[in-house]
Each structure stands twice: as structure tokens, then as C-alpha cells.
Ligand binder design. Structure first.
Ligand SMILES: [Zn+2]
Length: 539
């Protein structure tokens, strides 16, 4: 027996088996069961969502020898022959190859004759929008008043190309592209039946690439079955599809987060040796960033559906929510502009470089993003001026230790925020540990017990050690204990200072005339997030 491609083998043969088009199936079933039939049906939707499949089921339902109903028997001659594509009263026309008016006329000449064996003579036009203007004109009269025994079924991916006069004479059904979940569900049903083993992540990747088309999904599966010898594992499938492996995605984002361009380009180089599909690579990065963004608010949800939890946590630890948003936005624009880039590779590389260049810490000092965000329902006071008009409060960092000494928590905070060459993960490390003591060239730091493994990497420690040695002009040895401590870390000190300044700014704003009036009249309260503090604008 010859091998039947999956898309044909698993093409739904009755309405119950149609996936993801409930709205269409329900309406059609009702009208069939009540015999309230129209003479022209138009099915629209992107490729591979089931337009002609539904039309063929409808043809069976109309001509089944057991009578018109939403459940054609599937056994009678009419049903069997429609399934085989040999039913004489179902005339399928590929409009793309019969665009000329002569073709249409020849077809229409046969319309008046009664069906040969069935109840109805059914014309199924695929890609109807390809007909020429003259063809549509010739068709229009018949479409307006067809004989009782004729039904027109039409399918198109592009209904906007149809003349309004045609559209207005049809019942239109818009088939939607399928969700990834629907495609995955369907594949999970089909594959065991085909004796194919699979990893969920592999069929997820396939579903994503097929962009809502079940037919595309099944033809990719066909390809994957022979590529992987009936064992759809994720690595092989991604390889076949030219998709990035998870390790690459992880390494790229990790390098971006640490602004490590050298590492980044090493990974990119390796990536290109495998001739990956660049657009899907960008998609993969965006998907991972989406996961990371979600992880910040609902870690359990994301982890429950991720295979590489450890990697995800590590990435989430080194990126702030703002950074994730920024990278996502840059990635999105990079994808949009990919076709404009001289080559796709350049497009991807520039996108990654932009992620690093636009990193908040990479920006020249003094520039800050506009952070004003109005509070819903309440008048948003413009408090910026109020806070800036009295710049008496400045960050304690204004009394810096210029000698580059580290003897106290204050020194440590100053070091963590100002030391040149302290970047990325090493900087995060410095900001998340407390200064405990210094004896000669030995500095003891305390890290919180829950410090992430990404932060506690020995490479971070080594970098900080090196930077401190340069900073104080003396070789030092760092020792880090992990324990609970009362001593504040630079991050904690900064948060506390910010809170204090914010509170005093709010108090001050409340005392000013206009805000006072707004508060009394409208119940407006200052939105802390909209207050621009002096510490937001380092000089
Ligand atoms: Zn039948």
C-alpha cells in the first residue's frame, strides 16, 4: 500500500472531526438539519485551515443517499465517492487555473442540466478570487438565480478580491487560523496512532511554525517522521526546521544581559555554522523573553510548562522587568525590519547589538526615560517640578570617598555604584552582598542565603576581586559567606534612600498650593511613580 500523506489521511470526513471551526460547523449543521439551505456558500480563511475540507463534507451532507443532514452516513455511494474525489455531481474547479471567461462559460453551460445521480449538482470553486473580472460577470447571473438543483461552494484565502456583487450573494463563513494548542492536541491524537513517539516540545515547535494551518503542521510532521525515523525529539526537529536550540537562545540572552559582546558573537558565529532560519531565531528569542517577562509575575505558571527551568531562573535573575521589556521591543522591531537589512544575518546581529547598546546602564548619564505613568481614575499631579524645585535632598553618594577606599558599608555602596569596569553580573553581585569586614588585603562579604546561583558564580567573584584591586590600588582577596545579616547591601541602601526621598518629596508636594487644591477638590493624590527624584538624574 502506498504511503498516504498525513494531511490526506487525517482529513476530517465529517463535521464532528473538524477542529477549531466550531462556529462554522454549528451554523452549517443547523441549516442542514432544518433544511434551510442557501444556494451559495463562501468559505474564507488562510491556507490549510479546512476550507475545502468543510466544503466537501457539506457536499456529502447535501447528497448523502440517507437524506440531507449534518451527519452524512459515510457509507453510501455518494459519501464514499466524494471522499475518494470521484463523485460525478461534485465538480471541483481550481479557479487559479481556470481564470478565463471561456472556462467559466463552459462550466456554466452545464448548470441547467440535472445532476446525474445526486440530489444536487455541486460546484466547488477553490481560490475563487483568481477568476478574471469578465469571469465574475459571466458568473453573476447564474449566482443570482441558480436552478434549484445547483449549489455553489466557494473557497478563498483572499475575499477582498471578490466583487461586492458576488460577496453579497453568498453566505460567508470565515474560518479562523488554529491555535497552537489546537494543533498540538490534534497531533497528540494522531501521532500515537501512527506509531510515532514524540517529545511535547517537538510538536510545540512544529505547531508554532505551521502558523495556524493544520495542513502545514501535518506536512512538517511527515517530513519530521522520515528525518527522525519516527522519533520526534525536540533537538532533531528544531535542527530539521532550522530553529535555534535552547542552549543557543539561552547563551545569546545571557550574553546580552551581561553585555558581553565577545561571548555574544562567539555564539552567533556558531549559530550561523548551523544555517539556522533567522526569522524563527528572532521568534525564539522573543518567545523566551515573553517567558521571562511572565516569570517575573507568575514564576510557577511558566516553570510548569518549561523544560529548562534552571536556565530560565538563571536568566530571570540577571534581567530586570524593564530590561526584558526593552529587549522584547528591540527584538520585535528587529524582526519587522529584517527584510530591509542588507542580509538577514546583519539584521539579527544589529538587533542583538542594539539590545546591548540601549541597555539602561549603557546610556550616557543624565538621560532618563520618561517614567510618568498616570494613576487610573485619579488626577495625576505633575509633581516633577515640585520635587526638582528644591534640590536640597540628594543621594548620600554625594559625599563620595574619592580615595577609592573600602572600609565600611558606605564605602562599599560607593564602590558598587561608581567603580569603573564593574558591569553586568559582577555589578549585580556587588550590589547584592553586604560588606562585613576588611583586614589588610582581605575583604569579607556576606551574601544572602537565597542569592541565586547566577549571582554566586565564581566568575563574578573573580571579576569583583579584580575590580576592587584596581579600585584601591592594592591586590585584595575576597571571601564571601552566605548567611543572614543585618548589614544592608548597596541595593537595600539605595532602596531605603529612595523611599525616604520619595516620602519627603510627597510630603513637600502635598504642602504646595496647586496640589493641595487638587487634593481638596478632586481627591487627587500624588502618584509616587511619576515623581522624578534628584537621584534619578545623576549629574
Ligand atoms: Zn451517505
Amino acid at each position: 500500500m502506498s504511503y498516504l500523506v498525513l494531511a490526506r489521511k487525517w482529513r476530517p470526513k465529517n463535521f464532528e472531526d473538524v477542529v477549531g471551526q466550531d462556529h462554522v460547523v454549528r451554523t452549517l449543521s443547523h441549516s442542514l438539519n432544518n433544511e434551510r439551505l442557501h444556494h451559495a456558500y463562501l468559505f474564507t480563511g488562510t491556507r490549510g485551515v479546512g476550507k475545502t475540507t468543510i466544503a466537501r463534507i457539506l457536499a456529502k451532507a447535501l447528497n448523502c443517499e440517507q437524506g440531507v443532514s449534518s451527519k452524512p452516513c459515510g457509507q453510501c455511494n455518494a459519501c464514499v465517492e466524494v471522499d475518494q474525489g470521484s463523485y460525478i455531481d461534485l465538480i471541483e474547479v481550481d479557479a487559479a487555473s481556470k481564470t478565463k471567461v471561456e472556462d467559466t462559460r463552459a462550466l456554466l453551460d452545464n448548470v441547467p442540466y440535472l445532476p446525474t445521480s445526486g440530489r444536487y449538482k455541486i460546484y466547488l470553486f477553490d481560490e475563487i478570487h483568481m477568476l478574471s473580472g469578465h469571469s465574475f460577470n459571466a458568473f453573476l447571473k447564474t449566482l443570482e438565480e441558480p436552478p434549484e438543483h445547483v449549489k455553489f461552494l466557494m473557497a478563498t484565502t483572499d475575499p477582498q478580491k471578490l466583487p461586492v456583487t458576488v460577496l453579497s450573494r453568498c453566505i460567508q463563513f470565515n474560518l479562523r487560523a488554529m491555535d497552537n494548542e489546537e494543533i498540538v492536541d490534534q497531533l497528540e491524537k494522531i501521532l500515537p496512532d501512527e506509531n510515532v513517539t514524540f517529545e511535547p516540545a517537538a510538536i510545540n515547535a512544529i505547531a508554532r511554525l505551521s502558523q495556524g494551518s493544520m495542513r502545514d503542521a501535518l506536512s512538517i510532521v511527515d517530513q519530521a517522521i522520515s528525518y527522525t525515523q519516527s522519533n520526534l525529539n525536540e533537538a532533531a526537529v528544531r535542527d530539521m526546521l532550522g530553529m535555534l536550540s535552547h542552549d543557543f537562545i539561552y547563551s545569546i540572552l545571557y550574553a546580552v544581559a551581561n553585555r558581553n559582546t565577545e561571548e555574544l558573537f562567539r555564539v552567533v558565529e556558531q549559530m550561523f555554522e548551523r544555517s539556522i532560519n533567522i526569522e524563527s531565531a528572532l521568534d525564539d528569542l522573543l518567545l523566551k523573553l515573553h517567558d521571562l517577562g511572565l516569570h517575573k509575575v507568575a514564576p510557577k505558571l511558566v516553570e510548569s510548562r518549561t523544560d529548562n527551568v534552571e536556565q530560565l531562573r538563571e536568566l530571570a535573575d540577571v534581567m530586570t522587568e524593564e530590561e526584558i521589556q526593552l529587549y522584547y521591543q528591540i527584538g520585535l522591531l528587529g524582526k519587522r525590519d529584517l527584510k530591509l537589512a542588507p542580509t538577514a544575518r546583519i539584521g539579527l546581529e544589529m538587533t542583538l547589538l542594539r539590545m546591548i547598546a540601549f541597555h539602561p546602564d549603557s546610556q550616557s548619564e543624565g538621560k532618563t526615560a520618561d517614567e510618568s505613568s498616570p494613576v487610573g481614575g485619579k488626577a495625576n499631579l505633575n509633581t516633577t517640578q515640585g520635587a526638582q524645585s528644591q534640590p536640597t535632598q540628594t543621594a548620600p553618594a554625594a559625599t563620595p570617598n574619592q580615595t577609592g577606599e573600602i572600609q565600611s558599608t558606605e564605602d562599599w555602596c560607593h564602590f558598587a555604584s561608581t567603580a569603573p569596569n564593574l558591569n553586568g553580573m559582577a555589578k549585580q553581585f556587588a550590589n547584592q552582598v553586604s560588606f562585613a569586614s576588611r583586614e589588610g588585603n582581605k575583604i569579607v562579604l556576606i551574601a544572602p542565603p537565597k542569592a541565586s546561583s547566577a549571582i554566586m558564580r565564581s566568575s563574578n567573584l573573580e571579576t569583583v576581586e579584580k575590580v576592587i584591586s584596581e579600585y584601591i590600588g592594592q591586590k585584595v582577596v575576597l571571601k564571601v559567606r552566605q548567611e543572614v545579616t543585618e548589614i544592608a547591601t548597596p541595593d537595600e541602601v539605595a532602596a531605603k534612600q529612595r523611599k525616604e526621598i520619595e516620602n519627603s518629596a510627597i510630603e513637600r508636594i502635598k504642602q504646595e498650593e496647586i496640589p493641595k487644591m487638587l487634593q481638596q477638590e478632586f481627591g487627587a493624590i500624588p502618584d509616587p511613580k511619576s515623581i522624578q527624584l534628584p537621584i534619578d538624574n545623576p549629574k
